[in-house]
Structure formats: structure tokens, C-alpha cells
Design a protein around this ligand. Structure first.
Ligand code: NAP
Length: 249
């Protein structure tokens, strides 16, 4: 059995792409995901290719007890968790004055507290092994801002700061912590926002304005993630690696 990797929110989009890639790289991949059907489906897709995957569905990363239970189950089934990809996230659009306290709290709970709970649950395994990799999926909007998403951008900018601070603390233990901020990646989440006119233009218009002239693909993020969790990336920590077709430089 290879090293075990947890990818949160891997039932869809970028997380699904990362789960497929890490499985092909030789990791045993655990899909920790809110949607149990999607989690099982992605695990089955991976197993059908001959790689190792397990699904832990029905887990809300904003709930510490659920996170701890999921991590314990993965540890028992697959061994210590040496790679964590904090990908699960939500994104809504609201004019600033229409953001309610509930919406604000939910955004921070999923996008920022979720990674905090997941890291606290797995870092002891990594510290004991003297080797670990954490990749936090933030957003290019942490750098550029995004109208009607003050709550979302605040959560993702927080995740970038969290990454940098944690990297300083965990470096001596052989654990790296980096962030990939995607921008304009073709996923159900992005299509939904574009279809509802929340994106400030069509997908095609955005592609025309993107230096590489296309939307990103989950595979683009997966390739960068594959490198960051490899042995070769042991001297890279606390970094922000933009995967956005040149939209933010
Ligand atoms: P997606 O297609 O909506 O996938 C997100 C996955 O996370 C879904 O399977 C979702 O499950 C799951 N999830 C949501 N809330 C969760 C929770 N509380 N606990 C556990 N799982 C949860 O989104 P995506 O576009 O691939 O985005 C993945 C990450 O990249 C997110 O963090 C997002 O903010 C970030 N990102 C994406 C883009 C982009 O262009 N696509 C740009 C910037 C940043 P359900 O389907 O059941 O809700």
C-alpha cells in the first residue's frame, strides 16, 4: 500500500481531478466529501483504473467531530495520513450589505475552519513519520478580489495566511504546507456561477481575456498538486503557486 492521501471535497471538480492524479501517482486516496454518492462514485472510478481509493462520504469539513471520525476511519483502513489536500469549499455571490451573519459564518466555517480541523487531525501522523505534505486550495481572488464575494475572498485570503504560518511551524518536522489558488477552472461550481450571470461575462469572454486563452482544467491543478506532494518538492513550503492561465501574475 502506498502513502495515504486525503482529498476533501473530491466528489467533484478540482478535488476529483486531484484524487485521480494522486491515485495514479501511487497514493492510496481517501475521498472525504459531503456528498456520499459522489464520494463513492469517484472512489469507484479510481478503483476501476486499478488504483487504491476509499470513500468517506457524508462528512462536513466544518464539523470537527465529523472530521476527526473520518480521519480515524481512514487511518484504520489505510494507515497514517501523510498527505492532506484541503480542497472542499463553497462559493456564493452576495452584495456586501446583503451578507448575513449566518452566510458569513458558514463561509468561514467551511473554507477556513475546515482546513484548520483537518490539519489538526492529520498533522500528528505526519509528525510521527517525519514526512508530510499539506496543500490548501485557496483562490486567485485572494490576490485580485472578486466583487460580491467579500465573505468568500476573506476566507480564501485567510487560508493563504494560514498556509504561510503553518509552514513555518511544521517545516522542522519534515512537513511542507503550500497553497494552490485556482482561477477560472472549468468545474460545476464555475459553470453554475457563469450560467447565473455572476461571473462578470461568459466563459468564452473570460477565456478570450486569459493569457493562455482557455479555462483551466482540474488536471492543471492536479499536476501542480502532484508535484507539491512529491519527495522532490521537499524544499518548497509556505508558497503560493498560482494555476490560473496567467490571469494573476
Ligand atoms: P465543486 O465542483 O463545487 O466541488 C466542491 C466539492 O466540495 C463538492 O463535491 C462539494 O460537495 C464539496 N463540499 C462542499 N462543502 C463541503 C463541506 N462542508 N464538507 C465537505 N465537502 C464539501 O468546486 P470546485 O470548483 O472544484 O472547487 C474546489 C475548490 O477550488 C474550492 O475550495 C473552491 O473554492 C476552489 N476554487 C475553484 C475555482 C474554480 O474556478 N473552479 C476558483 C477558485 C477557487 P457538494 O457537491 O455535496 O456540495
Amino acid at each position: 500500500m502506498g502513502r495515504t492521501a486525503i482529498v476533501t471535497g473530491a466528489g467533484s471538480g478540482i478535488g476529483r481531478g486531484i484524487a485521480h492524479r494522486l491515485a495514479a501517482d501511487g497514493f492510496t486516496v481517501a475521498i472525504v466529501e459531503l456528498n456520499p454518492v459522489a464520494a463513492e462514485q469517484v472512489a469507484e472510478e479510481i478503483r476501476a483504473k486499478g488504483y487504491a481509493a476509499t470513500a468517506v462520504g457524508g462528512i462536513d469539513v466544518s464539523d470537527r467531530a465529523q472530521v476527526n471520525a473520518a480521519v480515524q476511519r481512514v487511518r484504520e483502513e489505510c494507515g497514517p495520513i501523510l498527505v492532506l489536500v484541503n480542497n472542499a469549499g463553497i462559493a456564493t455571490f452576495k452584495k456586501f450589505l446583503n451578507i448575513t451573519d449566518d452566510l458569513w459564518d458558514r463561509m468561514l466555517a467551511v473554507n477556513l475552519s475546515g482546513p484548520y480541523y483537518c490539519c489538526q487531525a492529520v498533522v500528528p501522523d505526519m509528525a510521527e513519520a517525519g514526512w508530510g505534505r499539506i496543500v490548501n486550495i485557496s483562490s486567485s481572488s485572494w490576490q485580485s478580489g472578486q466583487q460580491f464575494q467579500t465573505h468568500y475572498v476573506a476566507s480564501k485570503a485567510g487560508l493563504v495566511g494560514f498556509t504561510k504560518a503553518l509552514a513555518l511551524e511544521l517545516g522542522p518536522a519534515g512537513i511542507t504546507v503550500n497553497t494552490l489558488p485556482p482561477g477560472f477552472v472549468d468545474t460545476p461550481n464555475m459553470r453554475d456561477a457563469a450560467d447565473r450571470g455572476l461571473f462578470g461575462g461568459t466563459v468564452e469572454e473570460h477565456a478570450a481575456r486569459t493569457p493562455v486563452r482557455r479555462p483551466g482544467r482540474p488536471e492543471d491543478l492536479a499536476a501542480a498538486c502532484s508535484f507539491l506532494v512529491s519527495d522532490e518538492a521537499s524544499y518548497i513550503t509556505g508558497q503560493v503557486l498560482g494555476v490560473n492561465g496567467g490571469r494573476n501574475t
